[in-house]
Design a protein around this ligand. Structure first.
Ligand code: 5AD
Ligand code: SF4
Length: 460
C-alpha cells in the first residue's frame, strides 16, 4: 500500500471529466496517487465516451497502446464511462487484457472492484444503474479542486429528452436532479480552497428539478459568498424558460455566455431529430436573450449529414450560422449510435454519403473560423476582464484565463491564480486573445497553491 499509481485517460464531455475526479477521490482512499505518465501506472482506467463512433474508436486504439504497460508492469486495466455502460461484458469478451468494466454509477464501488480482482483473481463487470429514488450524488472533495479557481459542479445526471440521434439516454439513464441544498453546500466548500467561478453542469440543466427552478438555483449560487462568476451547461432550447432569460437581466454574476445547441437550421431535419422546436422558435428565444444581454456570447452544437439531410437543408444550417454569428460551434458529422431512432430509420430517411458529410462539415468550420476571428478581433485595442486560471498552455512564461464571455486570453503578467485582472488586448485569433496585464482588480481570499497533477484529458 501507499506506492501505487493510477493513470486515467478521459474521453468525452464535462460529465466524464467530473467522473474522473471522483475516480481519483475513490482511489485516494486506497492510497493510490495519480501519475501523468502511463508507463509508471499500476492501474490504468479509460473513462470512455460513446457519443460518436470516433470516440469509441479512439478508446480502442488507446487500449491497444496501454496493453504494453500491462505486459511490462502487470498494470490493471479498467474501462469506465459510457462505452462501459453500453457494452458491459462485451468489452471483456472483445478485449482479453481488460480486467474490469464499470459504469458511471459504479464509481463509488471502485475500491470494492479492485479488492475483488486482487483477492479472487476475477474479471469484474459493474454496470447496474442506480435509479432516481436511491441515487445519491457524490459530494466532491474540495481538496481535489486545490490549485483551481474555476470548477464544475454536477447538478443533475441523465437525460429525459428523446433526441433521435443521441445515445445519452441509453448510457446515462433518466434525469435525476441533485437537491439545491447539496449543490449550494458544495459550492460553498469549493470557495474554501479558492474557487471563485463555478459552472453548473448536467446533460440538460434547464429541466432541473432539485427543489427549485434552474434559474433560481443559478441566482442562489451567485449569492454564495466568495463566488464571483456563475456559468452553466448544457441547455435544450425547448425548455429555456422566461425565468432563465430574466436571470441574465438581474444577476451580473451570471456570465454572458450561453451554449445553446441548435443541431440543424432545417425544420424538416429538426422534426426527424425530435428536437421539439422550429428554427423560428429558436431564433425568438435567442432574440429574448440578446434583448436582456445584448453582448451575450452564444455557442452551439451542429450535426451535419443527418439521415435525409438534403443540400437545401444544409444551406439553411449554413445560413442560420451566418445570421446568428455564433462565438463558436462544435460541429460533428452524424454518427449512427446503437439503439437510437436515427440509426433504426437511417435507411428509410436516406443516409448521407460520407464525402458529402465531410465536405459540409468543412464548409461550416470555415465559416465559423471567419466569424470567430471577426468576433475576437473586435477586442484588439480594448481591455477585457480575466479570471486568472494558471500558466498558459502554449507558453509557460505567460498566464491564461477567461473573459466573462468565456474567451480564452493568454497574457504577460504576474497576477496569481484566482485574481481578476484587466488585460489590454493586442492579439486575436479565432480561438484566443493575447495581451498584457494592466491592472489587478481583486485577489482571491485564499492563496491558491500550484495546480495538482491533472490526468490526461482527451476530448474525443
Ligand atoms: N452523431 C453526431 N453528433 C452527435 N451528437 C450527439 N449525438 C451525435 C451523433 N449520433 C452531438 C450533438 C450534441 C453533442 C454533444 O454531440 O451535437 O449536442
Ligand atoms: Fe458525455 Fe455523452 Fe460522451 Fe457519455 S456519451 S461521455 S454523457 S458526451
Amino acid at each position: 500500500m501507499g506506492t501505487k499509481r493510477y493513470f486515467i485517460h478521459t474521453f468525452g464531455c464535462q460529465m466524464n471529466v467530473n467522473d474522473t475526479n471522483r475516480m481519483g477521490e475513490a482511489l485516494a482512499g486506497l492510497s493510490y496517487s495519480p501519475t501523468p505518465v502511463v508507463e509508471n501506472a499500476d492501474l490504468i482506467i479509460l473513462n470512455t465516451c460513446s457519443i460518436r463512433e470516433k470516440a469509441e474508436d479512439k478508446m480502442l486504439s488507446a487500449l491497444g497502446r496501454y496493453r504494453q504497460v500491462k505486459l511490462q508492469r502487470g498494470a490493471l486495466i479498467g474501462v469506465g464511462g459510457c462505452v462501459a455502460q453500453q457494452e458491459k461484458q462485451k468489452i471483456l469478451d472483445k478485449v482479453p487484457y481488460v480486467d474490469f468494466v464499470f459504469g458511471p454509477d459504479a464509481i463509488g464501488k471502485l475500491p470494492e472492484i479492485l479488492t475483488r480482482i486482487e483477492q479472487d483473481r476475477v474479471r469484474v463487470v459493474e454496470t447496474a444503474w442506480v435509479d432516481s429514488e436511491s441515487y445519491v450524488f457524490p459530494q466532491a472533495d474540495p481538496v481535489s479542486s486545490r490549485g483551481k479557481t474555476t470548477e464544475f459542479v454536477t447538478v443533475m445526471k441523465g437525460c429525459d429528452n428523446v433526441c433521435a440521434f443521441c445515445v445519452v439516454p441509453h448510457t446515462r439513464g433518466r434525469e435525476v436532479s441533485r437537491p439545491v441544498a447539496e449543490v449550494l453546500k458544495e459550492v460553498a466548500r469549493l470557495t474554501t480552497v479558492g474557487v471563485r467561478e463555478v459552472t453548473l453542469v448536467g446533460q440538460n440543466v434547464n429541466s432541473y428539478q432539485g427543489g427549485s427552478s434552474f434559474a433560481q438555483l443559478l441566482l442562489r449560487t451567485a449569492q454564495v459568498p466568495g463566488i464571483e462568476r456563475v456559468r452553466f451547461t448544457t441547455s435544450h432550447p425547448h425548455d429555456l424558460s422566461d425565468e432563465l432569460v430574466d436571470a441574465f437581466r438581474v444577476e451580473p454574476k451570471l456570465m454572458p455566455h450561453f451554449h445553446l445547441p441548435v443541431q440543424s437550421g432545417s425544420n424538416e431535419v429538426l422534426v426527424r431529430m425530435k428536437r421539439d422546436y422550429t428554427v423560428a422558435q429558436y431564433l425568438e428565444r435567442l432574440g429574448e436573450l440578446r434583448a436582456v444581454r445584448p453582448d451575450i456570447a452564444v455557442t452551439t452544437d451542429i450535426i451535419v449529414g443527418y439521415p435525409g439531410e438534403t443540400a437545401a437543408d444544409f444551406e439553411q444550417t449554413f445560413a442560420l450560422c451566418e445570421q446568428v454569428r455564433y462565438d463558436g460551434q462544435f460541429s460533428f458529422v452524424y454518427s449512427p449510435r446503437p439503439k437510437t431512432i436515427a440509426m433504426l430509420k437511417e435507411q428509410e430517411w436516406g443516409p448521407v454519403p460520407h464525402e458529402v458529410k465531410v465536405a459540409r462539415l468543412e464548409r461550416l468550420n470555415r465559416l465559423q473560423k471567419t466569424i470567430s476571428t471577426e468576433v475576437m478581433s473586435v477586442h484588439v485595442g480594448r481591455t477585457v476582464e480575466v479570471l486568472v486560471e494558471g500558466r498558459s498552455r502554449t507558453n509557460a512564461e505567460r498566464r491564461f484565463g477567461r473573459t466573462p464571455h468565456n474567451r480564452v486570453v493568454n497574457f504577460d503578467g504576474d497576477a496569481p491564480v484566482g485574481a481578476l485582472v484587466e488585460i489590454a488586448v493586442d492579439f486575436a485569433s479565432s480561438s484566443a486573445l493575447g495581451g498584457k496585464q494592466v491592472q489587478v482588480r481583486s485577489l482571491p481570499n485564499v492563496v491558491i497553491e500550484e495546480a495538482p497533477v491533472v490526468p490526461e484529458v482527451c476530448v474525443a
